[in-house]
Design a protein around this ligand. Structure first.
Ligand SMILES: Cc1ncc(COP(=O)(O)O)c(C=O)c1O
Length: 371
């Protein structure tokens, strides 16, 4: 009997095994120096990250969620303020707004699954202080429209670019459009470390100084506590691993874009599917394909068919967007998001995939719709 191919949704060991020797030397070097908290690997990584996205400051944080929370706090957003954020996001974006003491106002998404910028202005009230676009799946939202709304209403933009390191809009990197941007280095992210990790980027000297205090218990460099902060530093070992991986990061993106192009060319004629925009056809967006999120008719049947054929797929956020979690008590109707959540799913997208894996996934999808 011919062995069935398996294409898991994600391959966690590959993060380590694909560059095992390099990783081991990084770990050995950090361990032998006993360099665990706030050491040179962290400042080196912060410098390289700032240069990579093109900003003045990058500050390593415990994770992307804390980067978002501290971004909001350092921008002066708190009780009495409203922040507009899409419902199709990880709950962390909305939780950060909640924990800052502000009120999240959930927005609908457009056909590319990102915040529908044309609907945002209608949500602005006298209490609105900020917009938090979520640069989802490695694509950057329509920043021209969002920036002009922000300018008209004197709002700040705090970007959730946790899924979008290296993604660009008109040549400018995600994370650099607003007062600050947050990144996540969760292991399955395009640039992932060996646990939780994050960073905040900004051109604003005051925000940078405030976040440096907040992430380290409110301590200034002379050790004096000047405000109440958090223990929210990026571990030095993670920073060293990220430094190492950043060297080949552009290759990671190139491969993801290649895989996305393969999916697109093989699936574009399947009328039951809606695919993300392919790379290289749109001069405005440079997408990094953190995820390959499609919409599919008979989605649940397709997923179980693929599962039987050895192909792993997942639904972001377990299949619910934020306003659909009843216990969070959002009383809002978002028609595009709701239609999308009945149809969305993620196909495997990571650099452990061989070309033949993508061929196999596409073949099985086509087989499902013609049978
Ligand atoms: C869109 C989005 N926002 C925020 C986060 C939070 O990042 P972290 O898990 O590093 O706290 C994530 C991570 O999954 C994310 O995908």
């Amino acid at each position: 009997m011919v062995k069935q191919r398996t294409v898991p949704f994600f391959n966690y060991p590959h993060i380590f095994t694909s560059q095992e020797d390099g990783m081991i030397s990084v770990i050995r070097d950090v361990g032998r120096r006993g360099a665990f908290i706030m050491q040179k690997d962290l400042s080196e990584f912060e410098g390289k990250l700032a240069e990579y996205v093109g900003v003045k400051h990058a500050i390593g944080t415990a994770d992307g969620t804390m980067a978002l929370l501290m971004s909001l706090m350092a921008s002066g957003i708190g009780p009495g303020d409203e922040v507009i954020v899409p419902s199709h996001t990880f709950v962390a974006s909305v939780a950060a707004i909640h924990h800052a003491g502000a009120m999240p106002v959930l927005a609908d998404c457009g056909p590319d699954h990102l915040i529908d910028a044309d609907l945002v202005e209608a949500l602005v009230t006298s209490r609105t202080r900020a917009i938090m676009p979520v640069q989802l799946n490695g694509r950057t939202a329509d920043m021209d429209t969002l920036l002009s709304i922000a300018e008209r209403h004197n709002l700040v933009i705090v970007e959730d670019s946790c899924q979008a390191l290296g993604s660009k809009f008109k040549g400018r990197c995600a994370g650099t459009f607003g007062i600050s941007g947050a990144f996540s280095f969760f292991p399955s992210k395009t640039l992932g470390c060996f646990g939780d990790g994050g960073a905040l980027v900004t051109n604003d000297n005051d925000v940078a100084a405030q976040v440096r205090l907040l992430r380290d218990h409110g301590r200034s460099p002379d050790g004096k506590v000047v405000c109440f902060g958090f223990n929210a530093r990026l571990d030095n070992l993670h920073a060293a691993i990220l430094n190492f991986k950043l060297k080949t990061y552009d290759q990671e993106i190139a491969r993801r874009r290649e895989l996305a192009a393969m999916y697109h060319s093989q699936l574009k004629d399947v009328s039951e599917l809606m695919l993300p925009p392919p790379p290289n056809v749109d001069l405005v967006h440079y997408d990094i394909f953190q995820n390959y999120e499609i919409e599919a008719e008979r989605r649940d049947e397709l997923r179980s068919y693929l599962n039987k054929q050895g192909v792993g797929t997942i639904l972001q956020w377990g299949g619910y967007t934020v306003h659909q979690f009843e216990k969070l008590c959002f009383d809002v109707v978002l028609p595009c998001t709701e239609r999308m959540t009945r149809r969305f799913m993620l196909l495997p997208m990571n650099t452990a995939l061989a070309d033949e894996d993508v061929d196999y996934v596409c073949k099985k999808i086509i087989e499902f719709y013609i049978s």
